[in-house]
Design a binder for this molecule. Structure first.
Ligand code: IVH
Length: 670
């Protein structure tokens, strides 16, 4: 193809790709199969590779483009990005309406109600239809330039469907499923967890490297027109229609009424229903629809008089701190934990809550004996949200983090730039114990029956000092049998579980080693890439970083881990014990799910989630935590949640357990 032909083909492809991208991510109604879409993107990428001068900044190939940013340039908002006054009871909404009527007695206001999605407010500037800048709210007057990250969000068009110049405002959020999957991955890699989807979204947008934001499944709902020159809708609802017509993603749940009581009823109808949505909603926003009336009402310095947020309370419970414990993790990180008087919260009994780290502990000033409000953040980790200092009696005891490790008494230290305190002793038994517990855990070497208390007993009895010693236990059977509570049968079961784990696939061993920042998914990628542990052990950072999803931080951590003398010793012992270090020849059996991505949701009748995952992986498939355009099948069990709804919306193929087993070629077997 000559250059002229390439140029016009590239322009055509960009338009077509943007169109399909919009149908998929904004309308949720794709019209071509994913493979065909991918082929279009590949074709464009090839043209751009041949003629690099033809690359345009708004090309769909350039979403994750350029070098990581040095910092975030300030962006002045043309009109301030205000916040909203809060209403918490119905009366507040009536007061809001009365205030508006007092200021504009002639007007008969109409209201628009929208969901208040819990994320981060952003502004997007389009010039002649092209996305030229994206910014955070900042202090309302000046935000930070995060264009590089907003471009990676697939539902944000790089080009509008009409070449208009305007500013759109909206909320970037992380769907709950993506948040849970991200935290699971981080927990496996021993990284700090995000407290809730909002923090995760904010953390993702605050990254200098756009590849991180791109990997975080962020999405957006646009809720308003900032500045605009060429368009002048009469109402807010019309503005939303316009934004939608331009290709921006607007939330479908919108209610328009002149009747305030109806508005209140609509708000109330979401109090429970909001939990069925695949994203967090912390309330509703009631806005006055007419834009001229909005202008007449104006704003205070903080918030408009034409809108109000009707907020639902987070699920919280009141309890007391009985003590503060300090846990030592497998990498030596000390985490303060509040031990609570047990309390029911969002369906479970909460007994402990994370205080995260020393800074947060000090900032919240949590003392032993304090009355506290606890909250299930993002529905998984309970946390202390507030100390009710007014309820103090004077007998509360402040707590400071220990200077010595609670497990080995070695000094703890805080590395520059880290919030975590770490035990400095490489041989700390707490680290050792956590490391062995992790090694044996279900998603690692899967040694059944070897949990924390048994590992602790084995360590105390001097029968093991590290994970490799587990493979010598068969010679120590008499010593095991004298341990309190260990019978012949349980000892035999343990020994056979240990024995079986020698033949675990390579990714399980890599995961079991507990390399910082390298969780289960990374372990699978590494096993697939290197095929044997020795190739991974000697890999250079560049080689590691060439693997998709492996960044400099993960690569650095892997290289550091394999450089440690203690790693060398552990690996020699594991090798001598006959633990499998290789990927092994790919099974000759058929791999009916080769290359397929599956999502599991709900409870299957006979397979546990782990079993289903193992079977899928053995058949060459991959299980991912959230539904996306790349999902090939969604396997649905009982009590399936938002993932099913999402799959139905996207028209993805669904399977039940029987269907899955049929594909796996083992129907009728357990
Ligand atoms: S309107 C001046 N509409 O809530 C009015 N805000 O405290 C600007 N939010 O910073 C906001 N959903 O981050 C509006 N449908 C919605 C919203 C929404 C979420 C957030 C936004 C804003 C905060 C207000």
């Amino acid at each position: 193809m000559n250059r002229t032909a390439a140029e016009s083909r590239a322009a055509k492809l960009r338009t077509v790709i943007e169109e399909h991208n919009w149908r998929y991510h904004v309308l949720d109604a794709p019209v071509i199969p994913d493979a065909q879409f991918d082929a279009l993107v590949r074709e464009l990428a090839q043209i751009e590779e041949t003629y690099p001068e033809l690359v345009t900044p708004d090309s769909p190939t350039q979403r994750v483009g350029g070098q990581p940013q040095e910092g975030f340039a300030p962006v002045n908002h043309r009109t301030p990005m205000l916040s909203l006054d809060n209403a918490t009871v119905q009366g507040d909404l009536r007061d809001f309406s009365r205030r508006a009527k007092d200021l504009a007695p002639e007007a008969v206001p109409e209201y628009v109600v929208e969901l208040k999605v819990d994320g981060l407010a952003v502004s997007m500037q389009y010039e002649d239809g092209r996305l030229i800048r994206g910014a955070t709210r900042g202090d309302g007057e000046v935000g930070e330039d995060i264009t590089h990250n907003l471009r990676t969000i697939p539902s944000i068009p790089l080009r509008l469907r009409q070449p208009l110049t305007l500013e759109a405002r909206g909320e970037v959020y992380m769907p709950r499923a993506a948040f849970l999957a991200l935290n699971e991955e981080r927990a496996a890699g021993d990284m700090a967890l995000f407290a809730n989807p909002r923090n995760a979204a904010a953390g993702s947008l605050r990254q200098k490297d756009p590849r991180i934001a791109a990997s975080r499944s962020l999405d957006i709902f646009v809720y308003g027109l900032g500045f605009s020159r060429q368009v002048s809708p009469a109402t807010h609802a019309e503005a939303l229609e316009l934004l939608k017509a331009l290709g921006l993603r607007v939330n479908p749940h919108i209610f328009v009424s002149r009747d305030l009581e109806e508005v209140i009823q609509y708000c109330e109808s979401w109090r429970e229903r909001r939990f069925e949505l695949p994203y967090d909603v912390d309330g509703l926003v009631v806005k006055i629809n007419g834009l001229s009336l909005q202008e007449l009402l104006g704003a205070t310095s903080k918030s408009p008089r034409w809108a109000i947020a009707y907020k639902f309370p987070a699920e919280q419970a009141l309890t007391r701190v009985e003590g503060i414990a300090v846990q030592v993790g497998r990498t030596g990180v000390l985490t303060p934990i509040a031990v609570l008087v047990p309390v029911r919260l969002a369906g479970t009994v909460v007994k402990r809550a994370s205080l995260h780290n020393e800074d947060i502990l000090r900032e919240k000033d949590v003392r032993i004996g304090d009355s506290v409000l606890v909250q299930k953040a993002g529905e998984i980790i309970p946390e202390v949200v507030e100390v009710l200092t007014g309820m103090r009696t004077g007998g509360e005891q402040p707590f400071t983090m220990p200077e010595n490790c609670p497990a080995c008494r070695a000094r703890v230290s805080r590395l520059p730039g880290e919030v975590a305190l770490r035990c400095t002793n490489p041989a700390c038994p707490a680290k050792g114990m956590e490391a062995i517990v992790h090694f044996a855990s279900r998603n690692a070497m899967n040694i059944e029956g070897l949990g924390p208390s048994r590992v602790a007993r084995l360590l105390e009895a001097g029968l093991i000092t590290d994970a490799a010693d587990l493979y010598r236990l068969q010679d120590r059977k008499p010593a095991l049998l004298v341990l309190e509570g260990w019978q012949e049968k349980s000892v035999n079961n343990l020994l056979s579980a240990v024995e079986q784990s020698r033949r675990q696939p390579l990714w399980r061993l890599i995961h079991a080693l507990g390399i910082r920042f390298a969780g289960e998914r990374t372990a699978k990628l590494l096993a697939e890439h290197f095929n044997c542990l020795d190739a991974l052990r000697t890999a250079r950072p560049e080689e590691l970083e060439a693997i998709p999803e492996v960044g400099p931080k993960v690569a650095g951590s892997i290289v550091e881990y394999f450089g440690l003398p203690s790693t060398h010793d552990l690996l020699s012992k594991l090798r001598a014990a006959g633990v499998n270090f290789t990927q092994g020849a790919k099974k000759a059996v058929s791999r009916p799910l080769a290359g397929k991505k599956l999502v599991l949701t709900g409870t299957l009748p006979s397979l546990s989630r782990e079993e289903a995952t193992r079977l899928i992986e053995e058949a060459g498939g991959m299980v991912s935590g959230s539904v996306s355009r790349n999902t090939d099948y969604v396997v649905v069990g009982e009590k399936a949640g938002s993932k099913l709804a999402e799959a139905q919306k996207q028209g993805l193929p669904l399977l039940d357990e029987t269907g899955l087993k049929e594909i796996l070629g083992q129907a009728g077997q357990k």
